[in-house]
Design a protein around this ligand. Structure first.
Ligand code: NAP
Length: 465
């Protein structure tokens, strides 16, 4: 029998567990899927935007895997805390696969970045996703007021990846459009009173190099209360605008969509004004966030131009865009886990085909999959082949990994260390509590946004059992 711990129950963790069950090389595999939160599904629950119901429904597929009898969900257990070190995990399991993602946002490194009103997009995502670590009322007052964050009329989103598109879309949607989602009630009330009327989404390179995917980009043009504007002068700077034949298909399609919006916005017959405007800007790199009375009031950008090799260089010309809210959507970064090696430059755990490297050599029994293995790129499905590769490495090593005498029953050992694991039925109890909360608010299921609430809901089941 092979006992494996998978750390993290997001897509990469669940796909890793699934690959372990689907193989026939090593019979009798048991997998414990550990998560720091009492809830499973990682970024599918806490990162995928609430209005992306189709992607959210992936939770059903992940659920089917986690409900397999050979898998045990162990929530509310943080590796790296209370003596649960990687070394201790290796005493409890034959193999450990770390699928812990990339939890930190990248910084811009420009003056004014920490002014009030400037946030990482991940803070905003966590807030509207009801992540229990999100700062309560970060974007609005308890009384349901829009507060200072969403009180102003102009917002700047820095970056042109899919996270930038997500936060732009949420800012540009009316709250009514989000009522049927699982967005927390306090966030919904703040969004209802939002004063934001203009959202500028700004890229430092051209539309031909933007990181968003076409489906996500196109969605911005279909929001009922918003209109997209593109400045043709920005596009004209991109050499691919005249000839896009050298671009990868996704970039070419992106450029076509953006070109369509630029054409539609030209001239006096440019269509009706909408409640909100999304302005897509390119070739502008942020150099400073400007404040007034300690709060952000504008972002200063330097105009850039293509350098001929896919990058850009500054031109010494500057432009300011008014903003009472700035969301920095410039990518995620891995976070070191105490006791595991970490490559600071790449923000990943050094590995070869998923095998963790310690001092350049594979460390027996330690593996990685997902963003902590390859960096924060790709869509959810990218994690499937990534997990398969790691599991193939693990299975190739299996003979050498089994046969050791493991020291204890893992769950007892976790409790001995002071952890209070939430089992799958505890999670089901959270689900029921969230449905009841939604019902009491006249909505569908609504997420519980705080640790105390989640833990209390999880315990209800154990008490009743
Ligand atoms: P991303 O795709 O890496 O995009 C980051 C953006 O920030 C790029 O436009 C990048 O520009 C820009 N940037 C980086 N540093 C900058 C700086 N110092 N100044 C100005 N701009 C800067 O990251 P992400 O949007 O966080 O997404 C992470 C991953 O999650 C991606 O693989 C994404 O597709 C995925 N995701 C998918 C969905 C979905 O499928 N619906 C939703 C959310 C996220 P450069 O290109 O010039 O570096």
């Amino acid at each position: 029998m092979l006992r494996v711990a998978v750390v993290g129950s997001g897509p990469s963790g669940v796909y890793t567990a699934q690959s372990l069950l689907q193989q026939s090389v090593v019979p009798g595999v048991r997998v414990d899927v550990l998560d720091r939160l009492p809830c499973p599904y990682g970024l599918v629950r806490y990162g995928v935007a609430p209005d992306h119901e189709k992607i959210k429904s992936l939770q059903q597929n992940l659920r089917a895997v986690l409900e397999d009898e050979r898998i045990t969900f162990v929530g509310n257990v943080e590796v790296g805390a209370r003596g649960l070190t990687p070394a201790r995990l290796l005493e409890l399991y034959d193999a450990v696969v770390y699928c812990v993602g990339a939890a930190r946002d990248r910084r811009l490194g420009v003056p004014g970045e920490d002014l009030a009103g400037s946030y990482s997009a991940t803070d905003f995502v966590s807030w509207y996703s009801a992540h229990p670590d999100a700062v309560e009322n970060a974007f609005g007052g308890t009384g349901g007021g829009a507060g200072a964050a969403l009180g102003g009329r102009s917002a700047v989103v820095i970056g042109v990846g899919n996270v930038a598109v997500d936060v732009t879309r949420i800012l540009a949607r009316g709250a009514d459009e989000l009522r049927s989602t699982d967005v927390p009630d306090a966030a919904l009330r703040v969004l209802e009173l939002s004063g934001v009327r203009e959202v500028h989404m700004v890229g430092r390179r051209g539309p031909g190099q933007a990181k968003f995917t076409t489906k996500e980009l196109r969605e911005l043009g279909g929001l009922p209360g918003a209109r997209v504007r593109v400045d043709p002068a920005d596009l004209a700077l991109d050499p691919a605008y005249a000839d896009s034949s050298g671009l990868p298909a996704v970039n070419r399609r992106n450029l076509e969509v953006v070109r369509g919006w630029a054409d539609a916005g030209r001239g006096p017959g440019a269509g009706p004004e909408a409640a909100r405007v999304i302005r897509l800007r390119f070739f502008l790199r942020p150099v400073e966030l400007l404040g007034e009375g300690g709060r952000v009031a504008a972002v200063r950008f330097e105009r850039t131009e293509p350098d001929g090799s896919g990058g850009v260089r500054g031109t010494g010309r500057y432009e300011e865009i008014e903003a009472q809210l700035v969301l920095r959507a410039v990518g995620y970064q891995g976070v070191p886990l105490p006791g595991l090696p970490f490559d600071e430059a790449r923000g990943t755990v050094p590995n070869v085909a998923g095998r963790v490297l310690r001092d350049g050599a594979p460390s027996p029994g330690e593996y990685v999959a997902g963003w902590i293995k390859r960096g924060p790129t790709g869509v959810i499905g990218t994690n499937r082949p990534c997990a398969k590769e790691t599991v193939a490495s693990l299975l190739a090593d299996a003979e050498a990994l089994t046969g050791r005498r493991l020291v204890a029953d893992p769950l007892d050992a976790l409790r001995d260390l002071g952890h209070d694991p939430v089992a799958w039925r505890g999670w089901l109890s959270i689900e029921r509590a969230e449905s009841a909360l939604g019902l009491s608010l006249g909505r569908g299921r609504v997420k519980i946004p705080d640790w105390a609430g989640l833990r209390a809901a999880a315990r209800e089941d154990t008490q009743g059992a």
